[in-house]
Design a protein around this ligand. Structure first.
Ligand code: NAD
Ligand code: MG
Length: 425
């Protein structure tokens, strides 16, 4: 039988059909959240069960009109009440709930097949964990959840039979380049316990754009503004991850994320700067083969991949034109220019609670920088100062992770005060 590679209908093309899914989108008003809804709206067998936002009630209202979720969640009670009234007034049946417990409820509800975890930061851990513990297909964008609690998160998924599919473009690329036995496993989570070296993988190579300050003289980094730091050369993203990309802490977090997701020691994860953001990451095999995934820098590609997996479907992203694309370059990262990356790699090697401390301190430092309280170059100083003050050797538990997160935020808050710039500086 001829295989018609170019037909768009999956069944006619002889491809697996995209599974029908009812989806909860956590963080639906954010950059990844809106891209997810864009992909969902292109496919009639994908429907929205619930949406959630931190505080952007106006956009959530618009999304409720378009996607008609059964439940919408906002963090504040007063905001939620107002949104409920507005929706009722126009005859919408969407029920509005509020608070963190509601987030975990929409992530574990029996009617939900798939959860997109796209809340930014530590706030995203409890609902992502609820989805992983209740056997959902978890599309994981919220890398901070894995950084804080990677080992426990992957164990929870393995126990419940949850399928964890990475949305971070680099990890999604690595997943796509994994050996067939690992990639096509019914339960991706099961594969996490299988050492990839047993399947011929020598290492994984995470690519990094280097962010907006790849070539800025180091002496000028003290003075960069939040607006400059948020102006990523290739990707359009939320403000926190944009600053993480500028410090390269984003790659530090992704280094830790890769170790947990793919069950690899730090020695088998390498970071390469690739300013064009076209090769999204690579897997090197023991025979010398290197498999790479390429594509436009558009998050709808990994989102569509994970929603359709193991099938394929349209994402809405533009196709890559390699003839017109710039020359592809690769170089080793300069850890003196990007000390945050070195801190991330060291925390991965240390393991235990170190990644959780690193993440909490980074969130505090980035928020302080975005608020104009500390300089860009103080971000890694706050993080290393916090790491130096907090060590915890308790066995890993979610309760202790929350405690360490709180302690690290308190220490980082004090360091932020110490580094605080005065208006005349
Ligand atoms: P964003 O800031 O654009 O959106 C964050 C979403 O989370 C919003 O809907 C916001 O309302 C919600 N939110 C924020 N704080 C919350 C809280 N305390 N409680 C509940 N909801 C809250 O962020 P983003 O760029 O979409 O990133 C989301 C996650 O995906 C991050 O973990 C990021 O690292 C990861 N990620 C993003 C991209 C990207 O291209 N944007 C790529 C890879 C990974
Ligand atoms: Mg990424």
């Amino acid at each position: 039988m001829a295989i018609h590679l170019f037909q768009t209908d999956n069944t006619e093309a002889g491809l697996a059909e995209v599974p029908r899914q009812r989806i909860t989108v956590l963080g639906s008003t954010g950059s990844v959240g809106t891209s997810t809804l864009d992909v969902i709206s292109r496919h009639s067998n994908l429907s929205v069960y619930a949406l959630s936002a931190g505080s952007n009630a106006e956009l959530l209202f618009q999304q409720c009109l378009q996607h008609k979720p059964r439940i919408a969640v906002l963090m504040g009670a007063a905001d939620a009440e107002k949104l409920q009234q507005r929706l009722r007034d126009i005859g919408s049946t969407t029920r509005v709930e509020c608070g963190p417990e509601a987030l975990s409820a929409i992530s574990s509800a029996a009617d939900v097949d798939t959860v997109m975890a796209a809340i930014v930061g530590a706030a995203g851990l409890p609902p992502a964990l609820a989805a992983a513990s209740s056997g959902k297909k978890v599309l994981l964008a919220n890398k901070e959840a894995l950084v804080m609690a990677g080992a426990l998160f992957m164990q929870a998924a393995e126990r419940s039979g949850a399928v964890v599919l990475p949305i971070d473009s680099e990890h999604n690329a690595i997943f796509q380049c994994l050996p067939p036995a690992a990639q096509q496993s019914e339960q991706f989570a099961d594969r996490a316990g299988v050492r990839l070296n047993g399947q011929g993988v020598r290492r994984v190579i995470l690519t990094a754009s280097g962010g907006p300050f790849l070539r800025t003289p180091v002496s000028e980094l003290d003075a960069v503004t939040p607006a400059q730091a948020c102006k990523h050369p290739n990707w359009s993203m939320g403000r926190k991850i944009s600053v993480d990309s500028a410090t390269m802490m984003n790659k530090g977090l992704e280094f830790i994320e890769a170790c947990y997701l793919f069950d690899l020691p730090p020695s088998q994860v390498e970071v390469l700067i690739h300013p064009q953001s076209i090769v999204h990451s690579m897997v090197e095999y023991r025979d010398g083969s290197v498999l790479a995934q390429l594509g436009s820098p558009d998050m709808r590609v990994p989102i569509a991949h994970a929603l359709a997996w193991p099938a394929r479907m349209d994402s809405g992203a533009s196709f890559l034109d390699l003839v017109k694309s710039p020359d592809l370059q690769f170089m080793a990262p300069d850890l003196d220019r990007f000390p945050a990356l070195a801190l991330g790699m060291a925390a991965a090697a240390q393991g235990g609670y170190a990644p959780c401390v690193l993440n909490a301190a980074n969130e505090m430092a980035v928020a302080a920088f975005l608020d104009g309280h500390i300089r860009f170059t103080d971000i890694p100083r706050v993080i290393s100062g916090t790491l130096a003050q907090i060590t915890c050797r308790e066995p890993l538990s979610i309760a202790m992770i929350q405690t360490v997160d709180t302690q690290a935020r308190a220490v980082a808050g004090e360091l932020v005060k110490a580094f605080r710039v005065t208006p005349e500086q």
